[in-house]
Design a binder for this molecule. Structure first.
Ligand code: 5AD
Ligand code: SF4
Length: 448
């Protein structure tokens, strides 16, 4: 059976899709281009209105394949599926499976049964009380990506209920995975040649702080994974400032392979807005974390998420966000206009910010961020960096091959080499130029 997966949203979704592809391949299915597939899988995101609308336009587009092949059917998974559920069956008759985030472990079996005709329609939307373990992601025969990078889930769901956020409703309560299962998966990946690991969860810093009976802290888990032989780079995402422990901050100064970068969503710079958002920290606490991170690891690269136009946000509140973005000096940020999500607390909060005003705030914020990004990248010119090569650059010009990779902090670096195969290797370079969102390097060391 040929399948095609379309993924929206966060790294958790990207990782879920990768796992699903491997699990189907293990059953003899084959990943195919869109025009050649019989089974279409959409892994969806509902964190904001825009990605949710895309699901419907994609399904409209896919509908034409149903005419070409009567066996064709689609599965809708992820956050929108969790919310909308069997409604999809009515609106799009070719949708025959809906699965939520806790249902993914059983999705390969369900797809098989549907393809065999053993079942007509299936929904996998129940939340589980404990982390639903899936089939092992790797064994000795698994071919891993050439880039030698991998994601590992450490938890599922979220208990925070930030006023604007739909995630606790679409991903359920927080469930930490058993630390031994995490470490075992990381070991198996390292044994198969993976050298960069990213630990994933909605709020990794509260690992172990749920009813799952896990008594290992996130800092301890980090230490156990960092000690695995062959892991050159370790990252994790996403962190909530209220839960980051002193030991995790200190780990940035202690663990050589823990990458000097942290994505720490700030959301807003005004204490009044943070309170209304139910973020459970104020700027004093946030800035204290930033200062201590920089003490532990002076070269740490900080990035963030920001929302403008949250209900009740005044011009003064917004200016406080600008001030704080400058004070912290984030290297980059994702910024969004607030959007009402069904069922969340902020839907009932007033006054709503005028959409034109919100748009103008977003533009002002992004302009400031671009200037800060430019400055921070410029400071790196002349410095050495180690680049884990991810593949060939999009643009190829001049002599040699142009390669694209990331430095330890995750910044994109392009450089040229005469070598024909460098993917998955760590290459020393010197930074010679800063572009708008990337760096250019020159090889140092070996005459490559
Ligand atoms: N409106 C706008 N942005 C949102 N985010 C989450 N919910 C909303 C919403 N309702 C943003 C937050 C979060 C990121 C993943 O998406 O900044 O960190
Ligand atoms: Fe989107 Fe959040 Fe769901 Fe990820 S967890 S897919 S960001 S809604």
């Amino acid at each position: 059976m040929k399948f095609h997966i379309i993924t929206f949203g966060c790294q958790m979704n990207v990782h879920d899709s990768q796992w699903l592809a491997r699990a189907l391949e293990a059953r003899g299915w084959e990943e195919a281009a869109e025009d050649e597939a019989t089974v279409y899988i959409l892994n969806t995101c509902s964190v904001r209105d825009k990605p949710e609308q895309k699901v419907y336009s994609e399904l409209g587009r896919i509908a034409r394949h149903a005419k070409r092949d009567s066996r064709m059917f689609a599965a809708v998974g992820g956050c929108v599926a969790q919310q909308v559920g069997p409604e999809f069956f009515n609106r799009f008759p070719f949708v025959r499976l809906v699965f939520g985030t806790d249902g993914i472990a059983n999705t390969p079996n369900a797809l098989e049964r549907l393809a065999e005709g053993a079942e007509d329609r299936v929904k996998l939307l129940d939340f589980m009380d404990i982390y639903p373990e899936r089939d092992a992601a790797v064994d000795e025969s698994t071919t891993l990506p050439e880039t030698r990078q991998a994601f590992v889930n450490i938890m599922q769901g979220c208990d925070n209920f930030c006023a604007y956020c739909i995630v606790p409703y679409t991903r359920g309560r927080q469930k930490s995975r058993h630390p031994d299962a995490v470490v075992e998966e990381c070991r198996a990946l390292a044994a198969n040649g993976v050298r960069e690991l990213t630990l994933l969860g909605q709020n990794v810093n509260s690992f172990g702080m749920d009813s799952g009976g896990v008594d290992v802290s996130f800092a301890e888990l980090l230490r156990r994974v960092a000690a695995i032989e062959g892991i050159d780079r370790l990252r994790f995402t996403t962190s909530h400032p209220k839960d980051i422990a002193d030991e995790v901050i200190e780990a940035f100064g202690e663990l050589d392979n823990l990458c000097p970068s942290l994505h720490l969503p700030m959301q807003a710079g005004s204490d009044a807005v943070l309170k209304a958002m139910r973020r459970k920290y104020d700027m004093e606490r946030y800035l204290d974390i930033v200062d201590r991170l920089r003490q532990a690891r002076p070269d740490i690269c900080l990035t963030t998420d920001l929302i403008v136009g949250f209900p009740g946000e005044t011009e003064q509140d917004f200016e406080r966000t600008l001030e704080m973005v400058e004070r912290v000096g984030f290297e980059s940020s994702f910024s969004f206009k607030y959007s009402d999500r069904p069922g969340t607390a902020s839907v009932n909060m007033e006054p709503k910010v005028d959409p034109t005003e919100a748009q103008s705030r977003l533009e002002r914020l992004q302009e400031l961020q671009n200037a800060i990004t430019k400055q921070s990248l410029k400071k790196l010119v002349g410095l050495p960096a180690e680049v884990l090569v991810e593949g060939r650059s999009r643009k190829q010009e001049g002599d040699g091959v142009s390669w694209r990779g990331r430095d330890a902090a995750g910044r994109v670096v392009n450089f040229t080499s005469r070598r024909e195969s460098l993917t998955g290797r760590i290459v020393p370079v010197r930074i010679v130029e800063a572009k708008k969102h990337s760096l250019t390097g020159e090889r140092t060391g070996e005459p490559w």
